[in-house]
Design a protein around this ligand. Structure first.
Ligand code: IPD
Length: 270
């Protein structure tokens, strides 16, 4: 990977861990909840505070970097973010889980050099799981190298995601999910896309599916998944996008292929 050196990666990891610890200090019902555009789309004061904390800290680690974060805070250039280095930040991926004290949310920070994702950091503070990957240097969960077995759908769990504020294609998705359910050992809808993809990297699920996500949801996890031997693209097989949102299939190469085929097949039947 280009010059974001080892000490800088270590500093980013430390910062992401600190950000996650802030989530643990929140008590259910106490956080200030704000409605965002669309149905059941929320931002809590913790999302905003954690993103501010990350933008400040990351800016000190890598001066001049641009930011594409989920929340509307100072320093966030959003989809227009342009620079040699760009950070993709989801301060709390799994905000609805966070609001309901579900204990399945994470901090997600990805780093791109130009148009290529080069590093990903995803921290699940409730179980103290830190996923880290640097392009070309492998994927790690709590310091242990991840290398997935190429399991087909029938040998594991399938995870999918969906959001009320984005219901386009929901019948199609649920048809695919039903087929996946019948072909797999079980299905899950965990409520954090970043963790869903990281759980593919660690072998807990075979594949993660969603029809619409934003770059800050999948940027970090995409590197973690690929460096663990996985495959991640849009549902039609085209590359994921970094300036706008897209659909996602991320998993073992075998389960990725099966999912892509299922989307294709069921689309034709509709
Ligand atoms: C959401 C989560 C969820 C996914 C939604 C995302 P947020 O992110 O990743 O699992 O299904 O599409 O928007 O809003 O909690 O950061």
């Amino acid at each position: 990977a280009p010059e974001c050196s080892e000490p800088r990666y270590a500093a980013i990891e430390k910062l992401v861990r600190e950000a996650g610890q802030k989530m643990l200090k929140a008590r259910p019902g106490e956080e200030n909840i704000h409605k965002k555009e669309g149905l059941a789309n929320f931002c809590t004061d913790y999302d905003t505070a954690i993103q501010r904390f990350l933008i400040k800290g990351l800016g000190e680690i890598l001066p001049g970097a641009a930011f594409f974060g989920e929340e509307d805070t100072e320093g966030n250039a959003g989809a227009d973010a342009e620079g040699e280095f760009t950070f993709y930040i989801d301060p709390i991926d799994g905000t609805t889980n966070f609001m309901f004290d579900y204990h399945h949310s994470c901090v997600s920070v990805g780093l791109a050099h130009g148009e290529q994702m080069i590093a990903g950091f995803v921290y699940h503070p409730y179980v103290d799981d830190m996923y880290v990957a640097v392009r070309g240097h492998g994927s790690y969960l709590n310091g242990k190298r991840l290398q997935m077995a190429d399991k087909p759908v029938e040998e594991g769990i399938v995870e999918f995601g969906c959001a009320r504020y984005n219901e386009a294609g929901i019948d199609w998705l649920f048809r695919v999910v039903k087929e996946m359910f019948q072909n797999s050992l079980s299905i899950r809808c965990g409520g954090s896309a970043a963790l869903g993809l990281c759980r593919g990297a660690s072998g807990s699920n075979t594949v993660y599916l969603e029809l619409k996500l934003q770059p800050y949801d999948y940027a970090a996890a995409s590197v973690i998944l690929e460096e663990a031997g996985g495959r991640i693209t849009q549902i039609d097989g085209s590359p994921i996008t970094l300036h706008e949102g897209c659909s996602i299939i991320g998993g073992t190469p075998a389960a990725w292929q099966e999912s892509k085929d299922a989307f294709e097949k069921l689309k034709e039947e509709m």
